[in-house]
Design a protein around this ligand. Structure first.
Ligand code: ZN
Length: 303
């Protein structure tokens, strides 16, 4: 997989280099011409929108990516691993219980709503929008998006460690022992909940330990979802990369791969990313501000 990605990445670099040599230096930068983008948007039939933590951050969901976004003494990388879960399942569940409770109280942002509205409107015109998200909250669905591929899993789903059963679980708290636990302060002691009091499987007589159905650091992504993503990357004729720093793989490669195929890719982010140079468009600013006018009804749309 990694080798394959590298090969595609190399292809992208070659294509961009060849392309760039024919232009002046200024023209090799991505364009931020919204009316030009709007024309491309009005002609697109299959739009793939890749979203990252920036979209959820505008709803007040912490990303747990930065140095300052700690839970107690730890960063996400210390807790969201298979090793941490097998060593200290109570601590990892406290962390995820905290995050579940947090997202259940958040509302979709202007960017979530613009994407959902666009999908519903274009569907009536026989056009499609798919959201491919790295976010593990449920805000795209809450906003009304139907066609969502969650490549990093979901905070609101559990997976049984024994039987593998995956289920939607919006219980609050998820189990009695986690009630009022998970406070994030640096001095809060671990609750040290016995493993049999943590969330358990309710399928038949399984009673196995449940874990959050999210992709931990060091784990591979769900191959069924990746296959669907591959297909979307092949058929899309416009791709948006929204609120992501394009650092986490494989999602960081999706936009550049589409771009290497000669398809327009537009980045919406508060800053440039390591992949900005591969894209045709870059719109800088909070995506709740830049995205709604970009996805609004175009004058050419027949309603
Ligand atoms: Zn089970």
């Amino acid at each position: 997989m990694l080798l394959q990605n590298r090969a595609v990445f190399a292809l992208g670099v070659r294509m961009c280099t060849t392309h760039a040599s024919k232009r002046t230096l200024v023209e090799t930068r991505p364009s931020s011409d919204m009316s030009e983008f709007r024309k491309v948007f009005s002609e697109a039939k299959h739009i793939a929108i890749i979203t990252g933590a920036g979209v959820s951050a505008e709803s007040g969901v912490p990303t747990f990516r930065g140095e300052n976004e700690r839970w107690r003494k730890w960063q996400s990388q210390d807790l969201a691993t298979p090793e941490a879960f097998s060593r200290t399942p109570s601590r990892v569940w406290e962390f995820y219980h905290y995050r579940r409770e947090l997202v259940m109280n958040k509302k979709p942002s202007a960017a979530h709503l613009a994407i959902a509205e666009c999908e519903a409107r274009l569907k009536k015109q026989g056009r499609s929008v798919v959201v491919i998200t790295q976010c593990i909250d449920d805000l795209h669905r809450q906003a009304g998006s139907k066609n969502v591929l969650k490549i990093h899993g979901s905070l609101l789903e559990t997976r049984c460690m024994s039987c593998g059963h995956v289920t939607l679980n919006k219980r609050s708290p998820i189990c009695a022992a986690l009630k009022d636990k998970g406070a994030p302060g640096p001095d809060v002691p671990d609750a040290q909940i016995p493993v049999d009091k943590l969330p358990r499987c309710e399928e038949n007589d399984c009673h196995g330990l449940l874990r959050p159905n999210v992709v931990f650091f060091g784990e591979t992504l769900d191959s069924h979802i990746l296959t669907k993503v591959e297909k979307e990357m092949e058929i899309c004729d416009l791709c948006l990369v929204v609120g992501t720093s394009s650092i986490v793989y494989p999602a960081a490669m999706f936009g550049p791969r589409v771009s290497a195929r000669g398809i327009p890719v537009a980045e919406f982010n508060t800053q440039t990313s390591p992949k900005t140079e591969y894209f045709m468009y870059h719109f800088q600013g909070p995506c709740g501000t830049t995205l709604p006018p970009a996805l609004a009804q175009h004058e050419s749309e027949i309603m």
